[in-house]
Design a protein around this ligand. Structure first.
Ligand SMILES: [Zn+2]
Length: 218
């Protein structure tokens, strides 16, 4: 484990969240001090046995939760292949786990993503779609933006006949604080191309997602 969060790479402007330049970023030591301050603020003793290593652990966890700033998730879509016997029908990867953090409260929102596209010639490795979801999820996010970013990345890289991204998530900031509505789900979707223009294609997508559900539940 490196002692610093990975430095952000130069992101393409349309996908960048404008990461803070390295020169103006606080050091890891300063960040750990800030965690210590927060512990004191809530009335804790940061020097008691259980908490002494907590600032270090929090920064290590941050390194994982926010690993998505380190590079542009679009890179996962650069390698494509076309030896698929001319397959040009819907490809759906459903129930990709989503673990992200809301940018308003810095608490988790978790759920699943369904990612579909209709290739025009070239396809991408299925696991790469999950990596794109992860790359954007491991940043501070709002679900709407996360949905749009995943869809835009696939649309701009693969230029397929259509892209559909559907996210269903539970937000801790809504379930356990504020209005306190545990069990509520938020669904967002972003569609491009055939999924937007063709009702039959859209219906096929929703049927396939539903089929997956009933297969999974049987
Ligand atoms: Zn929130």
């Amino acid at each position: 484990m490196s002692t610093h969060l990975a430095a952000p790479s130069k992101l393409a402007p349309e996908h960048a969240d404008k990461p803070t330049p390295d020169a103006t970023r606080p050091s890891r030591e300063e960040a750990e001090k800030a965690v210590r301050t927060l512990l004191e603020f809530i009335g804790e003793d940061p020097d008691r046995e259980g908490l002494i290593e907590t600032p270090k652990r929090v920064m290590k966890a941050f390194g994982e939760h926010f690993a998505g700033y380190a590079s542009d998730p679009v890179r996962h879509l650069h390698k494509t292949f076309e030896d698929v016997e001319g397959y040009d029908e819907l490809v759906l990867v459903s129930d990709i786990e989503v673990h992200s953090h809301c940018e308003h409260h810095m608490v988790p929102f978790v759920g699943r993503a369904h990612v579909a596209y209709i290739p025009s010639g070239r396809v991408v490795g299925l696991s790469k779609l999950a990596r794109v979801v992860d790359g954007y999820a491991k940043r501070l996010q709002v679900q709407e933006k996360l949905t749009a970013q995943i869809a835009a990345a696939i649309q701009s890289s693969l230029k397929p006949q259509g892209v559909a991204v559907i996210l269903q998530c539970q937000h801790f900031c809504m379930c356990y604080r504020g209005v306190k509505k545990p069990g509520s789900w938020t669904t967002t979707s972003k569609l491009y191309g055939a999924f937007l223009e063709n009702a039959a294609t859209r219906l096929e997508l929703f049927t396939l997602i539903g089929m997956k559900r009933s297969v999974g539940e049987s």
